[in-house]
Design a protein around this ligand. Sequence first.
Ligand code: SF4
Length: 133
Amino acid sequence: MQKTSLFQSFNFMQSANNDKLSSDHNLEAMWHFSQTYAKRTGTYFCAEPSVTAVVIEGLAKHKDDLGSPLCPCRHYEDKKAEVHATFWNCPCVPMRERKECHCMLFLTPDNEFAGEKQEITLEEIKAVRESMG
Ligand code: SF4
């Protein structure tokens, strides 16, 4: 993935979430999920932690609004229908089958954007989240 598309996705998610931020309850749930899943799959968070934070916030917001953590990096005509179809509920099918996370939440070690961490603090996520509100 090119650097430009990484930051385009990042900007898209920021603007998509500006109306209302996630609840603390689902933010913490998706924070726990992300760390556990990264460790289980041997994947790493992005070297730029704000990318990780924005994706976790997006997942939590979808869990608030739709009841499921629909992937936050895609455009949907009908979000409820997508939740029902399950393909893009996180962890999505491309991630489960091939470790492909186009949101750059879960990166394989050979990815040029991968950092060395499978953990992020809730404070880091909340700081980014507040800057989005
Ligand atoms: S691309 Fe898949 S694994 Fe990555 S955040 Fe979206 S749904 Fe989750």
